[in-house]
Write a new protein. Structure first.
Length: 105
């Protein structure tokens, strides 16, 4: 399968869409980092949005205050979440486990 040839207009549109998606995901992480949005609400918001649901779970966990690389890895391992899992790929039990773990944040 070869890469399709895109016109300059199509390339520019794709760049703009990718930039917008990265900004939206960064804004969500920043809201979690600053405490404007809890992890539970961020998960709910991301689950219903195609762009935000592509965010890696580990990146969202590390945005929570006082959660670093080790704690995020430990939580994910305890809930059987793969290190490369994205929010859209979480099962209902994994979501419930994350919400129980971080319900107060």
């Amino acid at each position: 399968m070869s890469i399709p040839k895109l016109s300059p207009e199509e390339l520019e549109a794709a760049r703009k869409a990718a930039t917008k998606a990265r900004r939206e995901r960064a804004e969500l992480k920043e809201k979690v980092r600053t405490g404007k949005l809890s992890l539970v609400k961020a998960l709910d918001k991301a689950k219903g949005d195609d762009t935000l649901s592509q965010l890696k779970v580990v990146d969202l966990l590390k945005a929570v205050p006082r959660v670093g690389e080790r704690r995020a890895a430990a939580v994910m391992e305890g809930l059987s979440i793969a290190p490369n899992r994205r929010v859209r790929g979480l099962g209902r039990l994994q979501l419930a486990g994350l919400k129980a773990e971080f319900g107060d944040r």
